[in-house]
Ligand binder design. Structure first.
Ligand code: 4FV
Length: 240
């Protein structure tokens, strides 16, 4: 599953070029019993199974010897700290990350309390395993590693980098089924284009994710636009 995600694209090239060194380890390799058991029934009863502590602790012990002390041992879980672009930036400045991928109901709590640096959540929903969240985090973090994304410019302009949603993107044809590309983008007037994109990014954030505006770094001009839209909205509200 993890290897499949690394076959091609930005991540695949990053691993190929050695910018990212990603290893996948089979938990069963860290069991000592004949049946290579990694899970067991929950103490106190209840549905499902729980991942045992021993294989996970042995796995990280072995990694410490073979790969050096990790900077972070991360456990993707719904109980974790919310994963954001800011958190991706934080992780991208670390040299060595280990992800413990849960399955079943989750991992024995002693893994969280005595082995894991932090639990991290990609969202308030329940998945069947930690692999997909780990890959989501690896993808977001890898993009921030210098050289991974060809045009560093596009990383800087990524959504949320300024705490705002992204502006609309258009490409050829300039007119499609009667749908025309905004004229400013065809004007060649870079100042105007940049202003339009900032305005669009702010307008979308105002409409779709006003919660992001609290921490967004805004210019005076952007604050004026916001005030005008809010006023417009209130007048609209009063009008109705
Ligand atoms: C999850 C999330 C998540 C819970 C039990 C794996 C599953 C299963 N991880 N953000 N949402 N994990 O649903 O990070 O073991």
């Amino acid at each position: 599953m993890v290897r499949a995600a690394l076959q091609d694209g930005v991540l695949g090239r990053a691993v190929e070029s050695g910018l990212i060194d990603l290893q996948v380890h089979d938990l069963r390799a860290f069991t000592t019993d004949r049946h290579k058991v990694v899970d067991d029934t929950p103490f106190g009863g209840g549905p499902g199974m729980v991942l045992k502590p021993e294989p996970l602790f042995r796995a990280v012990d072995t990694l410490r010897e073979t790969r050096g002390e990790p900077d972070l041992v991360l456990l993707p879980s719904p109980q974790g700290r919310r994963f954001t672009q800011q958190v991706a930036g934080e992780y991208s400045r670390k040299a060595h990350l280990v992800f413990l991928c849960g399955r079943y109901e989750g991992v024995d709590e002693r893994v969280s309390t005595a082995l894991v640096t932090e639990e991290v959540s990609i969202g308030d929903y329940v998945l069947s395993g930690g692999e997909l969240p780990a890959l989501v985090i690896v993808d977001a973090v890898a993009r921030l590693v210098p050289g991974v994304v060809g045009d560093a410019e596009s990383v800087v302009r990524d959504s949320f980098t300024r705490g705002l949603l992204d502006h609309p993107h258009y490409t050829r044809p300039a007119s499609f089924r009667g749908l025309d590309v905004p004229g400013v983008l065809l004007s060649g007037h870079h100042g105007e284009i940049e202003r339009w994109r900032r305005q669009q990014a702010l307008r979308r954030t105002f409409e779709r994710r006003p919660d992001l505006l609290e921490d967004a770094a805004l210019t005076d001009e952007e604050r004026q636009w916001l005030a005008r839209w809010k006023a417009g909205e209130n007048n609209g509200a009063q009008a109705s």
